[in-house]
Design a protein around this ligand. Structure first.
Ligand SMILES: *Cc1c(COP(=O)(O)O)cnc(C)c1O
Length: 403
């Protein structure tokens, strides 16, 4: 590799398009995609030093790849952490974090509004290995405080949450974790570093599903953890080497290029989401809109301070109905009547997506659990894309007429 080093003091916009491993001898301007599972070693001595960790250099595809390194360097630069490590998916990033930091007898404290698979992994799968967990209200700091135990090693939160966009105070939770001798991890999928840098508020680990806004165009599955160099090299990398939750070079390359437009996309999509949220509030068929950018949102002030003044690209709303069965029928009629917006439980795409959480992402919960989580039958989530906002409104109007 031959390249001039980047000058110091660059802004995030610049880092997002410039940070990568050095160019190859061919001088490519777009970062190279290194599709290789193995590496030829310069000498037997060098190979021995590399495997012993005494010398830098790639040895095997499960352990590392230059395209994956470019993605890791760029994401760490955007999050403001010393290092990052790519993983095959967002969930495998969480698995890596838990395998690296927890052992039998430890306790993990989470928000009960976390992503469904996160709750399953931590609450059910890890429990089989003797790691206990408690899930508390996203926004009730007193409940977090009361749930900390002497064996609590990790606090884990996601903000804003899916689909109700509840926002928690990262700085307050970081203090709580550190006073208890624990670490705070933040799932930053929804806000992304374009809006929110949890490390600034004291978080120790930032977890990503690269599948969502980092790629941003709905193409690949990817994940990452961002943290100190010490955590990455001493805790996470050994688990990657033995556990093999390796990010594929092609997927790393797609997300690397996605990061170049992350800031522009998040701003444009947040702008559209706010316009839609304001408009939805005034619609006859709509009962309530959940969006951190609205003054009516319970944590509006905190969200604006923590998220660079932007609400993000996800909102949800409830259709008016007298009882749950009617609410479900109306929500389904609305979703089926739309002709532009995609019916999809994914998010983080340039295409606007709509979903009915009560029958999909939260479908396995009992009605009582759903009620407790605030996921009613009339709730619809919109992950706002990059279409013209008037076209999205026109499509939603088609749906609202049916509801
Ligand atoms: C999608 C998602 C995940 C899981 O990521 P995958 O890449 O699908 O494994 C975790 N947290 C949040 C908030 C998500 O939206």
């Amino acid at each position: 590799m031959t390249d001039k080093p980047l000058p110091p003091g660059l802004h995030p916009d610049t880092l997002a398009v410039r940070v990568a491993v050095g160019r190859s001898q061919y001088g490519e301007n777009s970062e190279a995609l290194y599709l290789t599972s193995g590496y030829v070693q310069p000498s037997a001595e060098a190979a021995a030093r590399r495997f012993a960790g005494d010398e830098d250099g790639y040895t095997y595809g499960r352990y590392g790849n230059p395209t994956v390194s470019s993605f890791e360097l760029r994401l760490a630069a955007l999050e403001g952490t010393e290092a990052a490590i790519g993983t095959a998916s967002g969930m495998s990033a969480i698995l890596m974090m838990c395998l690296a930091l927890l052992k039998t007898g430890d306790h993990i404290l989470c928000s009960r509004s976390m992503f469904g698979s996160t709750i399953r992994l931590i609450g059910t799968d890890l429990a089989r290995f003797g790691v206990s967990s408690t899930f508390v209200s996203q926004t009730d700091l007193g409940a977090w405080q009361a749930a900390v135990k002497s064996n609590t090693r990790l606090l884990f939160v996601e903000t804003p949450t899916n689909p109700l966009t509840e926002v928690c105070d990262i700085a307050a939770l970081a203090d709580l974790a550190h006073n208890a001798g624990a670490m705070l991890a933040v799932d930053n999928c929804f806000a992304t570093p374009a809006l929110q840098r949890p490390v600034v508020f004291g978080a120790d680990i930032i977890m990503h599903s690269g599948t969502k806004y980092l790629d941003g165009q709905g193409r690949v599955v990817a994940g990452a953890l961002c943290a100190s160099q010490k955590l990455v090299s001493e805790k996470f990398l050994p688990i990657l080497k033995s556990g093999g939750m390796t990010l594929a070079p092609f997927n790393a390359w797609v997300v690397l290029k996605g990061l170049e437009t992350l800031d522009l996309r998040m701003r444009a999509q947040s702008e559209r989401a706010l316009a839609l949220a304001l408009w939805l509030q005034d619609q006859e068929a709509v009962q309530l809109v959940h969006y951190p950018g609205l003054a009516s949102h319970p944590q509006h002030k905190l969200a604006m301070a923590q998220q660079s003044g932007l609400g993000g690209a996800v909102l949800s709303f409830e259709v008016k109905a007298a009882e749950p069965e009617q609410a479900r029928q109306r929500a389904f009629a609305l979703l089926d009547a739309m002709q532009l917006v995609s019916l999809s439980t994914n998010l983080g795409d340039t295409k606007t997506l709509a979903a009915h959480p009560a029958s999909t992402s939260h479908g396995r919960l009992t009605e009582a659990q759903r009620q407790a989580a605030g996921i009613g039958q009339g709730l619809i989530r919109i992950a706002v894309g990059l279409e013209h906002v008037d076209d999205i409104k026109t499509d939603l109007t088609r749906g609202l007429r049916q509801a």
